[in-house]
Ligand binder design. Structure first.
Ligand code: ATP
Ligand code: ZN
Ligand code: ZN
Length: 804
């Protein structure tokens, strides 16, 4: 019987965003299933593809159907659920199907492509012989070939003396180790010993070892250490039929060296008990209920999650727990692993490609039944999910910024529907969207209003920096903050200081003429990096030396502006010479494990002060921290973004929550230039409910989410006039299909208009109910194929996190 297959090919363009038909070779009929990766011919190339459907009848097409060349998997790597989810995802996020399929798998399972050039004749010139040496083929990678070699090879190709071969490699490689198993009975070993010459000492030793080993199995590496025998002796033993070597897969377990101490569930407080009971009921009922667990910082939300997970496991189900990347701290991992042991798989960006792949496979093989991970873990290949948890559900890092631009919350809820399991969204400062849904009863609302320690939330004081700067210009640490720090240090308590760096850069400016050093490719100033002693562009990667004189007026008065963690550290060291400070920012946490080492040191009280960027705001739970200082509360407020008040409120509340979590009272000092701003005032009172009411009013008046849905359309290209023309054209079409209720903002150039020499224009649609919109956007994307030739690119982002 002949079979055919529909394959989504790894060619991410609009034109190829549909299944292609291939023939299943006869020897593979019946063995190939949807969800497997295959290699197929595509034009002159060979590409990776995902098999999405098997067809029994020959499709009625005019073109020749080519066969699948290779199958990469023995079993499907994407389940039916994930295949269907990818369909939905592509439609929902206006993305290519192939991009969605690939987003669901660890990077190691994407193919890498290579080109080779292979000689088709032996009659070649000396030049060519020199190039190829003994080999028949060479990697054909234009980047690493000299111009001369490239010319020679191109000529060969033109003369048909060589052909280009396209290769697809599966990067997913597992690591294996050699295990030794004895094949002889004790009696046989005695016989063999008698047969073996007495002076063949090593073989005698090997037989003794096998006698000890009995029916057990040991890695060859360990066996060599135990016996002191060389690898060759084991090979000899294998040849004599005494032992068997086998390859078993070894997982690269990123946490294997870290000891996990078992932790016991806490006895729940009444509010926790109530929340757990409600979630458990829905887990057992297999309902798709979505919960919003709104609990102040330190109220024991994590403990509720752990109980919910335990309940799912007791029902013989699995559990998925999503946390933002920056709160995936070793502390957090220990808490979950301490409870559920090696059943837990952890997926985060700090793992190597190989480690991620291994964790992925442990889940796929059902060796791990609890998954903890950041955004992309929402696609973990779990089967039979009993509960999905999303901690800090308001975090913007849950939204992916590149195709497919999905929000993990939407995907989590979609998966909950497939698995008939509840989804728990947790936060101290829920997103307005979720809190509004809880209000309407779309989500069920659970609350934890008190801290576990029974203490009030820490008292928050504002320091008006306008006054401070009049007294002492150019300092980052105000008088009151310095006093408060000294007080804690005298009491042997600890301090956390946060420098908010969102939307903020440290740049160089000339005091004489005002010249600012900018990226030659982008409309943005270059950022100074002390570690590499250079100026870098954060958008395109351009890098140049730090100038000593102004490139514009040649003055020497070119200075560094803005505040970086390094500068604050220096200032602190001058003010408090005997105090030890740990700095935590992108620079000090670049190396693997650095993040956790810093936290461990701080936890062991090796330092008095932890100074860092946003990454210290989340999840940390240190009992001796009694003071939290925020050095610059307002950097996010100045951004042209309708969510900036919400962001500021959330960040200040989160970081304040790090103080006074155990039996000592905490205090928070916030330095600000806008002490009257409502986001800062309400963060001071830590009054989420009041903030919610106020901010909802603002959104209502401005016509922003959650009252309106938003979709952002961006066009970019190298020719500004064409980009502008195209976005106005789209705008014109939109006015024809949208109702009176919808509003279009723009079109405008993006605030950072030029990046990497491409121009960006955007418009934002605000709407409530537009039945024709999705179809219109889908067609817009399809038609954008023609524009590709004019080098124009179109992207559509549903529910953008901001409009910048
Ligand atoms: N029922 C309980 N009894 C005793 N201690 C508890 C209980 N529940 C939680 N704790 C402890 O209280 C502290 C705070 O709890 P947890 O970290 O779960 O709060 P959270 O709401 O997740 O905090 P945050 O959102 O601020 O990170 C932790 O040290 C935790 O071990
Ligand atoms: Zn740049
Ligand atoms: Zn100058």
């Amino acid at each position: 019987m002949q079979q055919f297959a529909e394959v989504i090919v790894d060619v991410p363009t609009q034109q190829t965003d549909q299944p292609y038909t291939y023939e299943i070779p006869p020897d593979l009929v019946g063995q190939i299933q949807p969800g497997m990766r295959v290699i197929v011919p595509f034009g002159t190339r060979r590409v990776l593809g995902f098999l999405v459907r098997v067809i029994e009848h020959k499709p009625d097409v005019s073109f020749e159907i080519k066969p699948i060349e290779e199958v990469l998997d023995l079993a499907p790597v994407l389940s039916d659920e994930l295949l269907q989810l990818s369909d939905w995802l592509a439609k929902w996020t206006f993305s290519f199907k192939i991009s969605c399929l690939q987003a669901m798998l660890p990077a190691a399972m994407r193919a890498s492509y290579g080109k080779k050039i292979r000689l088709t004749t032996t009659e070649v010139s000396a030049d060519v012989k020199l190039l190829f040496g003994e080999k028949q083929e060479l990697p054909f990678d234009t980047k690493n070939l000299s111009a001369r070699a490239f010319r020679t090879l191109s000529k060969l190709n033109r003369e048909n003396k060589a052909e280009i071969v396209y290769e697809v490699r599966d990067r997913a490689q597992s690591k294996s180790i050699t295990m030794i198993t004895g094949l002889l009975t004790p009696a046989q070993i005695t016989q063999e010993k008698a047969k073996t010459r007495i002076n063949a000492l090593r073989l005698q030793q090997l037989l003794d070892f096998l006698l000890d080993l009995g029916s057990a199995r040991l890695s060859q590496k360990d066996a060599e250490v135990q016996t002191g025998l060389a690898a060759s002796v084991f090979t000899q033993g294998q040849k004599k039929g005494w032992l068997k070597k086998s390859q078993v897969e070894e997982y690269r377990d990123p946490y294997s060296t870290a000891e996990i101490s078992k932790t016991e569930p806490q006895k729940l407080k009444p509010a926790q008990t109530k929340a757990v009971a409600e979630i458990e009921t829905e887990i057992k009922k297999q309902s798709e209920q979505v919960f919003l667990l709104q609990g102040v910082t330190g109220s024991g939300k994590t403990e509720v999650y752990l109980y919910a997970i335990a309940c799912a496991l007791a029902q013989k189900k699995t559990a998925l727990m999503l946390v933002p990347e920056i709160s995936l701290t070793p502390q957090m991992v220990h808490r979950v692993r301490g409870r559920f042991g090696s059943n837990v798989a952890v997926l985060h960006s700090g793992l190597s490609e190989g480690e991620k792949y291994d964790e992925w496979r442990r889940i796929e093989r059902k060796e791990a039944t609890v998954v903890v991970g950041a955004r992309s873990a929402v696609f973990a290949p779990l089967d039979n999910i009993g509960v999905i948890i999303m901690d800090e559900e308001h975090e913007t890092s849950y939204k992916q910024e590149s195709m497919p631009e999905y929000h993990a919350r939407d995907v989590a809820i979609k998966r909950g529907q497939w698995h008939h399991c509840p989804v728990v969204l947790g936060s101290a400062t829920p997103s307005l969207e979720s809190r509004a849904r809880a209000q309407k009863g779309v989500y069920r609302w659970l609350r934890l209003d008190e801290r576990i320690n029974g203490q009030p939330l820490p008292a928050v004081k504002l320091v008006n920096m306008q006054d401070e700067l009049k007294r002492a210009p150019a300092v980052d640490i105000s008088g009151p903050l310095l006093e408060a720090i000294k007080e804690r240090i005298a009491r042997n308590e600890q301090v956390v200081l946060m420098l908010n760096r969102r939307g903020y850069s440290s740049f160089i400016m000339c005091r004489e003429c005002g010249f600012v050093l900018k990226c030659p490719n982008c409309d943005i100033s270059l950022t100074m990096h002390m570690d590499s002693h250079s100026m870098k562009c954060h958008y395109c990667g351009h890098e140049e030396p730090i100038p000593n004189i102004c490139p514009s007026c040649h003055s020497k008065k070119i200075r560094y502006y803005g505040t970086g963690t390094e500068k604050v550290q220096q200032e602190l060291e001058k003010l408090l010479p005997d105090v030890s400070i740990l700095r935590m920012d992108v620079d000090t946490t670049k190396r693997k494990g650095a993040h956790s080492r810093l936290l461990q040191k701080f936890g062991a009280k090796e330092a008095n002060i932890l100074l860092g960027t946003q990454m210290i705001a989340k999840g940390l739970d240190f009992p001796d921290v009694t003071l939290v200082g925020v050095l610059n509360a307002d950097t996010a407020l100045s951004l042209p973004n309708f969510r900036s008040a919400e962001r500021t409120f959330q960040l200040l509340t989160q970081v304040s929550g790090r103080a006074g979590r155990a039996d000592k009272t905490g205090e928070v000092l916030i330095q600000t230039f806008n002490p009257e701003h409502y986001a800062i005032q309400l963060a001071k009172n830590q009054n989420y409910e009041q903030f919610f009411g106020m901010e909802m009013n603002m959104r209502h008046r401005g016509g922003y989410p959650p009252y309106f849905f938003t979709i952002q359309i961006v066009i970019n290209g190298t020719n500004e006039a064409e980009v502008a023309k195209k976005i106005f054209e789209v705008n014109g079409q939109l006015t024809q299909i949208l109702s009176q209720q919808a509003v279009v903002l723009g079109p405008t150039p993006k605030p950072i208009m030029r990046v990497n020499n491409r121009f960006y224009y955007q418009l934002v649609i605000k709407y409530k109910n537009e039945p024709k919109l999705d179809q219109f956007l889908k067609e817009l994307l399809q038609n954008s194929q023609q524009d590709m030739r004019r080098n124009l690119q179109l992207t559509i982002d549903r529910d953008p996190v901001d409009f910048i």
